[in-house]
Design a binder for this molecule. Structure first.
Ligand code: R2B
Ligand code: URA
Length: 291
């Protein structure tokens, strides 16, 4: 297997010792004929919310004409198959999303998938951009402003680089046609907390001043960071190791230089959530040659 031929790389040699691998949170086993069910998958689109990913499945189905088939087997994550695309929910934050990614990437390896693209569509807090902007991540930072993903493993800090496919990011940006808002390539900071970790002063705890907060948010701006969310670093790190192309496209719900509270109306929230979906449906249908 090599990077050049688009094969997946799963570095864990222990997996070869398993007679069967039960993907517990997805509810599928390698003992099943996964190729019959998932064999043609080329795109995996993931997002935090169940409703968003169900809506995306239905929307993509309306664009490509492929039926949206509900393949959900557990109460943890939803899974729809729409032709060659899987639409999966991942919950909030890296601990929830990482489980989904481990099991989904193993599933892709069991069907011998090649050249698969994984795209996260989500929401985020913007930095110096109008609410409703689309940010396509080109650099993925953790809360220490490093392009790294950290995890405690066997009592040790394991650090992995975060790397995204900038060609894919540019291809996605080229799919943007709506003139009402911009699709911007920019840095994304991922945090393990929505409140203090994202420099919010409206949580239960807050030990920094308003001016410390603004200094930090301005520092993000100077680094080219355009949004803050809670998953991108792990996505970028694991997909780089496994030789999977990945992208992260998030709509901003507010400009964090102007405040902490997310105050978008229900109708605005719905329309903002549809923005990444429209971009990705356009990209997938273009890639499949169905438009
Ligand atoms: C963006 O929105 C969620 C928190 O509200 C989280 O999943 C994220 O990354
Ligand atoms: N999601 C986040 O993680 N942060 C925000 O500010 C908004 C949505």
């Amino acid at each position: 297997m090599s990077e050049v031929d688009g094969s997946l790389m799963i570095p864990n040699s222990h997996l070869k010792l398993l007679p069967d691998d039960y993907l517990y949170h997805l509810g599928y086993s390698s003992a099943e004929n996964l190729i019959d069910i998932f064999g043609d998958i080329k795109f995996v689109v993931i997002g935090g919310s169940i409703d968003r990913m169900r809506n995306f499945a239905r929307y993509l189905s309306s664009v490509t004409g492929d039926e949206a088939v509900d393949l959900t087997k557990t109460d943890r994550y939803i899974m729809y198959k729409i032709g060659q695309t899987l639409s999966l929910s991942h919950g909030i934050g890296i601990p929830s999303m990482s489980i989904l990614l481990h099991e989904t990437i193993k599933l892709l390896s069991y069907i011998k998938a090649t050249n698969t693209v994984i795209i996260r569509i989500g929401t985020s807090g913007g930095i110096n951009v109008p609410a409703g902007s689309l940010i396509i991540t080109n650099r993925s930072y953790n809360g220490y402003l490093e392009e790294k993903q950290e995890l405690a493993i066997l009592g040790q800090k394991v650090i992995r680089p975060t790397k995204l496919d900038n060609e894919l990011a540019k291809q996605l940006q080229a799919c943007h046609t709506d003139t009402k808002y911009d699709a911007i390539l920019g840095g994304t900071m991922s945090t393990d907390d929505f409140y203090e970790g994202q420099a919010r002063a409206d949580g239960v705890l807050c030990e920094f001043s308003e001016s410390d907060k603004l200094d930090f948010l301005k520092k993000l701006n100077e680094l080219g960071i355009r949004n803050i969310e809670m998953e991108c670093t792990f996505l970028a790190a694991i997909t780089a190791i496994c030789n999977l192309k990945c992208a992260c496209v998030c709509v901003t719900l507010l400009d964090r230089l102007k405040g902490d509270q997310v105050l978008v109306s229900a109708s605005e929230y719905k329309e903002f959530n549809e923005r990444p979906q429209r971009l990705i449906a356009q990209f997938i249908s273009q890639s499949l040659g169905s438009v």
